[in-house]
Design a binder for this molecule. Structure first.
Ligand code: KPC
Length: 522
């Protein structure tokens, strides 16, 4: 369907996307200016990286084309990944509050029968096309980017791609075809009742009552905390300790302890150092056999197995057709401009090394676009702020206390609650802020944890760590400030204007210490 001269409103876009998704034979959507063109870049994949890259390239005066197999732009994020995860984590935080305060204050007695994984999945699926509709509308009408949707791209060579029966030419290709969940090699994974974060939203058709999660990734913690909060008893089986995988950058041990103990306090069972051996059942999964860290082999009964052992990039076609070099797990090798080993071919987002996260995808796309347009710019994503959800938001940036002590002579720790041997901080209603005040005054040990790591000599902030609610935004700016060449001193932080009561107490705590010539812990 040629949509170039059509202007759909959001509801019309929504209907078109839903109809296209429902019909495997639905036609491609061509949003093309018409005349034959050599594009400055053909973005293969219109996810976060492709959409942002194309928009930036267009804004710089170039001519991009996006091709995507789905009938919408935005990729897996709004369809199966970040957006549902945030909906589920939001639900988990609300459910956590309702459970702790069941029949207390103004809260009704918690009715577990009303908390449903299936209902939340259905809520998401029913609403997800509204975001898709907006991405299509914005990209066409406001960003003026050409695209072909609902048409799988076939890469012909480094300047040519076919899609929807037509051939497109680009001076450059930008590969943003995303990644897919990868399963461990154990027997029984063909049974019904086995899901990952993609099939959860696409296929779940019953209410799970007991869950075994295989893997210890962010996905394991985030989805596990949600499943458990709904009342689905959840066990995590992980080889490495939670939050200690290489991909989880700079997680402080105190922060980790608060988070993992918090999950256990809520009744989740976490087996670290454990190896899943098989999933067992006739048609559906009924149990998972696991070798525990002490060598015991146990059968964990379940009606829902959730695989969270990571993802692999969709890089095979690019490797075969274009000959781009890939690493041992299929990640396309790029330099800091996102250029692959093949000239004029760039790769972005989940296709390359580093965290498979939205912030990286969008910024990779923009980096590729700027370089294609002649603006030499590098993106180093080896240092980045990061977060995950349990029933909390858990956010961190920069060095952990241990990393700082290994690198700096004089390390000062500013944290809340403070660590003082024998001090009964379990009754201290701090930290607290919006969304944690009820915890602070009724169950203070649940109100969060935060830590600032400072170099006592230069007075620069080296790292910040937070468990609670509402601090994620601040970490975007803290990341910028602490990683800029001049860094951020405790004196500057203590002189900032604060909006009381702030979720991270870093300004007020720094202000209490900044007057001292020789800094000490707080
Ligand atoms: C909420 C939201 O931003 C939807 S998912 C974004 C996909 S994209 O803007 O293409 O990065």
């Amino acid at each position: 369907m040629d949509i170039w001269r059509k202007q759909f409103n959001l509801a019309e876009w929504n209907n078109l996307i839903e109809a296209s998704l429902a019909d495997a034979d639905s036609e491609p959507l061509f949003n093309l200016a018409g005349e034959e063109a050599i594009y400055d870049a053909v973005f293969v994949g219109g996810g976060a990286g492709g959409r942002f890259g194309a928009a930036y390239l267009k804004a710089m005066g170039g001519r991009p084309l996006i091709i995507d197999a789905w009938p919408f732009l935005g990729g897996s994020c709004p369809h199966q990944a970040c957006v549902p995860h945030h909906l589920f984590s939001d639900a988990a935080a609300e459910l956590d509050l309702m459970r702790w305060f069941s029949d207390e204050l103004f809260f009704p007695k918690f009715d577990a029968s009303r908390a449903s994984i299936l209902q939340m999945v259905k809520l998401f699926v029913a609403g997800r096309s509204t975001a898709h509709a907006f991405m299509n509308w914005q990209t066409k009408e406001q960003l003026e980017v050409e695209y072909v949707l609902n048409a799988r791209a076939t890469i012909v060579d480094r300047h040519t791609v076919r899609a929807g029966g037509r051939t497109f030419h680009g001076r450059n290709l930008v590969l943003g075809m995303g990644a897919r969940p990868v399963y461990p090699d154990i027997p029984g994974l063909q049974l019904r009742g086995i899901y990952d974060f993609v099939s959860l939203v696409e296929e779940l058709d019953y209410e799970p009552t007991r869950c075994v999660i295989i893997g210890g990734s962010k996905v394991a913690m985030e989805y596990g905390a949600f499943f458990h909060a709904t009342g689905c008893d959840t066990t995590i089986v992980t080889r490495s300790p939670l939050m200690r995988a290489r991909s989880l950058h700079h997680v402080d041990e105190d922060l980790r302890r608060y988070v993992v103990e918090g999950m256990r306090k809520r009744g989740m069972v976490i087996y670290e150092g454990a190896v899943p051996l098989s999933v067992n059942g006739k048609d559906s999964a009924g149990s998972v056999t696991v070798r525990l860290a002490n060598g015991d082999v146990v059968d964990l009964e379940t009606d829902f197995v959730f695989i969270a052992t990571g993802e692999r990039p969709n890089s095979a076609e690019a490797q075969e057709v274009l000959g781009v070099a890939v690493g041992p797990t299929g990640r396309v090798i790029v330099d800091k401009t996102m250029q692959t080993t093949v000239p004029n071919v760039y790769a972005i987002g989940d296709m390359i090394d580093g965290p498979m996260e939205m912030f990286k995808a969008r910024k990779c796309g923009v980096t590729a676009a700027r370089n294609i347009m002649g603006d030499h710019i590098e993106f180093d994503f080896t240092e980045y702020p990061d977060f995950l959800h349990t029933t909390y938001e858990v956010t961190w940036v920069g060095l952990t206390e241990a990393e700082a002590r290994a690198e700096y002579e004089e390390v000062v720790i500013i944290q809340m609650p403070p660590y003082v041997e024998g001090l009964d901080t379990e009754n201290l209603p701090l930290p607290c802020s919006d969304r944690s005040m009820l915890y602070a005054f009724s169950k203070p040990e649940l109100s969060g944890f935060q830590k600032l790591v400072v170099d006592g000599t230069s007075r620069r902030v080296l790292g910040a760590h937070h468990v609670g609610y509402g601090a994620k935004d601040a970490f975007q700016y803290l990341d910028y400030l602490i990683h800029r060449p001049e860094g951020l001193t405790i004196d500057e932080l203590g002189w900032m204007n604060e909006l009381f009561l702030n979720p991270e107490h870093f300004i007020q705590l720094s202000r209490l210490r900044a007057g001292r010539r020789k800094l000490v812990d707080l």
